[in-house]
Design a protein around this ligand. Structure first.
Ligand SMILES: Cc1cc2nc3c(=O)[nH]c(=O)nc-3n(C[C@H](O)[C@H](O)[C@H](O)COP(=O)(O)O)c2cc1C
Length: 150
C-alpha cells in the first residue's frame, strides 16, 4: 500500500513520532514529506508556503502536525486550504501537543483539522493525539500499532 505522510513540524516532535510510525509500517511503501513556509516563526501572520507536498497517487494519506495556541498549526491550515479536492481519499490525522490533557487544545485543534480535510473531500478513517508532557505509552502505542486503511 502506498502511504504518504505529510508533516508540518517546527521543532521536530511530530516528525520524530511520524518517523517512528513509518518504521513500523515497513511492509508498506511509506513516504514522508514536509510542508514548509518561507518564514516559520510562530508569530508571523502572513503565511507563504515554500514546500507543498503533492497529495496525488496514494492509497492513504497521513496529515500530521502540532497544536498552536489551542488551534491547528496555521501552516498546516494554510496547506490544507490550498490542496486540490481529495475525492474520497482515505486519511489519518495526527496531532502532537504539550499540555497533559487533550481537552486543553488538542481536541479543539483535531476538530478543526478534521473539518478542513473533510471540506476537501477527504475521508478521515482515524485520528490520533499525542501529549508530550503526559507521555502516555498507551496513547503513543495506539498510533504506532495502527495500520492505515487502503
Ligand atoms: C507558539 C506555540 C504555541 C503552542 N500552543 C500549544 C497549545 O495551545 N497547546 C499545547 O498543548 N501545546 C502547544 N504548543 C506545544 C506544541 O504543540 C508541542 O510542543 C508540539 O509537540 C510541537 O510539535 P513540533 O515539534 O512538531 O512542531 C505550542 C508551541 C508553540 C511553539
Amino acid at each position: 500500500m502506498k502511504i504518504k505522510m505529510i508533516v508540518y513540524s517546527y521543532t521536530h516532535n511530530t516528525l520524530h513520532l511520524i518517523q517512528e510510525w513509518a518504521q513500523r509500517l515497513n511492509q508498506h511503501d511509506v513516504q514522508i514529506a514536509s510542508i514548509h513556509a518561507v518564514d516559520e516563526d510562530p508569530n508571523v501572520k502572513a503565511i507563504t508556503l515554500s514546500e507543498k507536498p503533492s497529495v496525488d497517487g496514494q492509497d492513504h494519506l497521513v496529515f500530521a502536525t502540532c497544536v498552536r495556541g489551542f488551534a491547528l498549526a496555521p501552516i498546516m491550515e494554510a496547506y490544507l486550504k490550498q490542496i486540490p479536492n481529495l475525492r474520497g481519499q482515505k486519511c489519518t490525522l495526527v496531532l502532537t501537543h504539550y499540555f497533559p490533557f487533550d481537552a486543553w487544545g488538542g481536541n479543539q485543534a483535531m476538530h478543526q483539522f478534521k473539518h478542513l480535510v473533510e471540506a476537501k473531500g477527504g475521508i478521515v478513517t482515524a485520528t490520533f493525539i499525542y501529549s508530550r508532557s503526559r507521555k502516555s505509552k498507551a496513547q503513543k502505542e495506539s498510533l504506532l500499532s495502527h495500520v492505515p486503511q487502503a
